[in-house]
Design a protein around this ligand. Structure first.
Ligand SMILES: Cc1cc2nc3c(=O)[nH]c(=O)nc-3n(C[C@H](O)[C@H](O)[C@H](O)COP(=O)(O)OP(=O)(O)OC[C@H]3O[C@@H](n4cnc5c(N)ncnc54)[C@H](O)[C@@H]3O)c2cc1C
Length: 416
């Protein structure tokens, strides 16, 4: 299933359609002195990562004609830790995509080293997976195409909202456009929203290395020196691990050499000489988000800054927001932004509020040290922290209290 995914290619190869896509018009004429666009669809999705594939799939299922655009051919790589949380698998199950993690070993446990050096290692409530994005994303795109989306290679540069549709590059149009074009989103910029500012934007580098010896677990090593920052090693199950390092930006540029130094310092068991396919990318954190939609233009996934501020996890939020955007886009185009905002608020609003507060608290290293100590003592605290960091969980009063009693006293020594 992970094999190549068909594209219509650039101009000249239009019309490659899988499934029952209802293509509305295909014309080029002068209408009211303005050149009409060539291709019109109910929904055009810009970007075919997890958010875009989920949006296209959902809109197709609702009966819309859907064009899915990406600047890359699939399969394509994406700088990522490749960690697929159980919550992401849940969304895929709801979408009927049951093979996205097939063939990859479940990772049953998580080990986290706190900035102060304390550690917690526990079984995850439900296993996670490490699936290279080259495979994972191609599987999702194949599912969207199988549902009827027309996939086309095209780099969007110009977004022009009109009263009854949104026109892209003067040649394509959708009654609704979903911007799922990632951290550097062109669609988001067209709506007047710049990239996230420092402190709400992280930068991370990842590569592939021989897996560390020891139990099969997700390893996260946080850093006292540059908190909030951490390195990770996520075993894939084929003898390799996805390894990386990232930190929240604070106004100074971070070089590739610096990121690699930090990776080597925090993962001493990984020899940098063995790390391949190194790539860095921005992570727009959900502590600073634009409005999810304006008129007939919606934003999903990284384009909407939906990355968890603790963990850098974004695939679950990309899939969920993409699915909600696709459903709203297909339902009633003139109501799309309002319906989408409502759906997002209902599904993720409380979580996003709680994770923002928790991220603010966690700016203090000693709070994270206390949280790791509490998670070691108490499995409910561990589960709460996992739900908050990987899914749609909340910061419960009990967990806050458990962390609070472990904060250092006046003498600086941890109380518990
Ligand atoms: C180093 C690193 C490690 C990470 N680790 C994890 C992890 O382990 N687990 C996790 O859940 N999340 C992780 N994340 C976050 C995760 O990668 C993102 O949240 C996720 O990819 C968001 O999906 P998306 O569909 O919104 O965007 P993307 O996956 O970025 O997809 C956007 C798509 O849009 C296309 N595109 C962009 N511009 C245009 C354009 N102008 N025209 C046409 N197409 C365009 C791109 O080619 C791309 O295919 C990590 C991020 C980084 C940088």
């Amino acid at each position: 299933m992970a094999g190549g995914v068909g594209h219509t290619g650039r101009r000249g190869r239009r019309g490659w359609i899988v499934g029952a896509v209802r293509k509305r018009h295909n014309r080029a004429a002068l209408v009211g002195g303005r050149r009409a666009v060539d291709d019109e669809f109910d929904v055009v999705v810009v970007g075919a990562g997890p958010a875009g594939a989920a949006a296209a799939l959902t809109a197709c299922r609702a009966g819309a004609s859907v064009l899915l655009l990406d600047r890359a051919d699939f399969p394509r790589d994406k700088a990522c830790g490749d960690g697929i949380a159980a919550h992401a698998v849940d969304v895929l199950d709801e979408l009927g995509v049951t093979e996205a993690v097939a063939g990859y070993a479940p990772l049953p446990a998580l080990r986290m080293i706190a900035p102060g050096g304390g550690a917690v290692a526990r079984a995850l409530p439900r296993p996670a997976y490490t699936v290279p994005r080259e495979v994972f994303d191609a599987r999702l795109v194949a599912a969207a195409v199988a549902a009827g989306a027309q996939l086309r290679r095209h780099t969007v540069r110009r977004v022009e909202p009109r009263a009854d549709r949104v026109v892209l590059d003067g040649e394509l149009s959708g009654r609704v456009v979903v911007g799922a074009d990632g951290a550097g989103s062109v669609v988001r910029r067209a709506l007047g929203h710049p990239q996230n500012p420092d402190r709400h934007l992280a930068l991370a580098i990842r590569g592939y290395a021989p897996a560390l010896p020891g139990p099969s677990e997700q390893l996260i090593v946080t850093s006292k020196a540059r908190w909030p920052a951490y390195a990770w090693s996520f075993p894939i199950g084929d003898g390799r691990a996805n390894v990386g390092y990232g930190e929240v930006l604070r106004g100074e540029p971070l070089s590739r050499a610096y990121l690699l130094d930090r990776l080597a310092a925090l993962l001493p068991g990984t020899d940098l000489a063995t790390v391949t396919a190194l790539r860095a990318h921005h992570l727009p954190l959900s502590t600073h988000r634009p409005t999810p939609g304006q008129g007939r233009t919606l934003l999903a996934g990284d384009a909407l800054s939906l990355i968890n501020p603790f963990t850098g996890e974004g695939i679950f939020y990309a899939l969920l927001s993409g699915a909600l955007a696709g459903a709203a886009a297909a339902q009633a185009p003139e109501e799309a932004a309002r319906r989408y905002a409502h759906g997002l608020r209902r599904r993720l609003g409380t979580h996003l509020r709680h994770s923002s507060v928790a991220a603010w608290l966690a700016r203090r290293r000693r709070v994270v040290d206390a949280a790791v100590r509490a998670a070691r003592r108490d499995d409910r605290v561990f589960y709460d922290v996992v739900e908050l960091g990987l899914g749609d969980g909340r910061l419960t009063a009990r967990t806050l209290a458990m962390i609070g009693v472990g904060l250092p006293g006046r003498d600086g020594a941890p109380r518990r």
